[in-house]
Design a protein around this ligand. Structure first.
Ligand SMILES: Cc1cc2nc3c(=O)[nH]c(=O)nc-3n(C[C@H](O)[C@H](O)[C@H](O)COP(=O)(O)OP(=O)(O)OC[C@H]3O[C@@H](n4cnc5c(N)ncnc54)[C@H](O)[C@@H]3O)c2cc1C
Length: 392
């Protein structure tokens, strides 16, 4: 049985980043991915911010995963009024992005193996036996001191170990549609129809877009098809993808003896707009660093590994305002949201100007709905601000 200090499962943003930070710390690291090609199949709208890439010194415009810049975020109310935000974001090619990060992990010294699906984890004394199905046929095992779960929303390793895993999810489906485009990250709200979610249209290339939906409603694809028909969006479907996203923020204890979870496996996706790449990168990096320290100290206990959530929960990606804002935002009635959105119709929230501030002041102090909801609106603004700064 081959021996490693650390096995990271899943070559998505979380797993890749965990493998990079552990390998850079000099830890003998193995990164296992079940699919033959890293990043494929993707389930992602592919939106990310410059800050997310800058945090890890990842290249932006000159990277092979760079697709196009996006400078605006628009949120359409059910009555079609719109509030906007200026942003510094991008559409990336997620497949290439994951491949780039896995390559960094290999360059840092991690061994990267594709077509290796982890099917079991057994505790042997102080260490672990990681059981793998290679090429869908051959069974083999690796020994490891710690395992990091980067398996995404399925949180497969956490479930095998009996760790805390995310409990609530929204479900996302998306078409890559040829023949339509937009210049911004566009979000379409209907609190009754798209429960706990929204429809998005993100620009992809010159003549195609990522058009998707997240919701807790059953049959999201049917709702997306209805939206496309109602708006007479005509485009050729180039690809259809889907997946789950944890919707209530990081689990409180994403650790057990010999175990840490990062990214969606730990529920880190932003609970307001469900962007999860950046939080996966950050939590993966941190998980890799804490695991490395524990390995050097020869202490793989849950108690030692609790340093990870203790730090994670001080970071903005785990800020409580995000989940509080989720609860208020997704409980709006369409008519109340329409009311507020109509008052701020056409404004950039980051640059309200004098008339915009007067309107916001009107909502907070004079408006009959605004006065009643003043506390909730403040909480929601805080969650939106954190999300705008850290959620993608
Ligand atoms: C439709 C949709 C659109 C989205 N759009 C955006 C967006 O625009 N921007 C954004 O920031 N976020 C978006 N997200 C969320 C984002 O994709 C996730 O939060 C992010 O991918 C989480 O990264 P991760 O590394 O935790 O998990 P993943 O990216 O899911 O990676 C997990 C990896 O683990 C591998 N794996 C799983 N089980 C095993 C096993 N047993 N053995 C070996 N390997 C295994 C998988 O093959 C996969 O490669 C979207 C999600 C969906 C579903």
């Amino acid at each position: 049985m081959e021996e490693f200090d650390l096995v990271v499962v899943g070559a998505g943003p979380a797993g890749n980043r965990a493998a990079i930070s552990a390998a850079e710390a000099g830890v003998n690291t193995l990164l296992l991915e079940e699919h033959p090609i890293i990043g494929r199949p993707i389930s992602c709208g592919e939106g990310i911010s410059r800050d997310a890439l800058n945090t890890f010194d990842l290249p932006v415009e000159d990277a092979d995963y760079f697709n196009r810049p996006v400078k605006e975020f628009r949120m359409f109310a059910p009555n079609a009024s719109v509030v906007k935000l200026r942003i510094d974001g991008f559409i990336i090619n997620r497949e290439k992005f994951d491949q780039y990060n896995a390559k960094l992990a290999a360059e840092a010294g991690a061994e990267v193996k594709t077509r290796h699906r982890v099917i079991g984890v057994k505790r042997v004394g102080e260490e672990l036996e990681i059981q793998v199905l290679k090429n869908n046929s051959e069974k083999l095992s690796f020994s490891s001191k710690i395992v990091i779960d980067g398996t995404g929303p399925s949180a497969r390793i956490g479930k095998m170990i009996g760790a805390q895993t995310p409990e609530k999810y929204v479900f996302g489906v998306e078409y890559k549609l040829k023949g339509i485009t937009t210049e911004s990250f566009d979000f379409y709200l209907d609190f009754e129809k798209y429960k706990r979610g929204y429809i998005w249209i993100f620009p992809k290339g010159d003549d195609h877009a990522n058009v998707g939906i997240v919701t807790t409603r059953p049959e999201p694809r049917k709702l997306l098809d209805e939206f496309i028909t109602e708006r007479q969006i005509e485009g050729e479907i180039m690809q259809y993808i889907g997946g789950a996203i944890p919707m209530t923020g990081p689990v409180k204890e994403p650790v057990e003896n010999n175990f840490l979870a990062a990214g969606d496996a730990a529920g880190t996706a932003n609970a307001l707009f469900y962007g999860g790449i950046r939080a996966a990168l950050i939590s993966g990096d941190l998980a890799g660093k804490i695991a490395s320290k524990a390995i050097k100290e020869k202490n793989y206990s849950k108690e030692r590994l609790m340093e990870y959530p203790n730090i994670l929960f001080t970071l903005p990606i785990a800020d409580e305002s995000i989940i509080l804002a989720h609860r208020i935002f997704y409980n709006f009635k369409n008519d109340v949201y329409n009311h507020f959105s109509t008052i701020l119709d056409g404004y950039y929230l980051d640059k309200l100007g004098i008339s915009g501030y007067l309107k916001a002041g009107y909502i907070g102090f004079l408006d009959k709905y605004g006065r009643k909801m003043r506390k909730e609106l403040w909480t929601m603004i805080k969650g939106f601000k954190t999300t705008a700064e850290w959620g993608f």
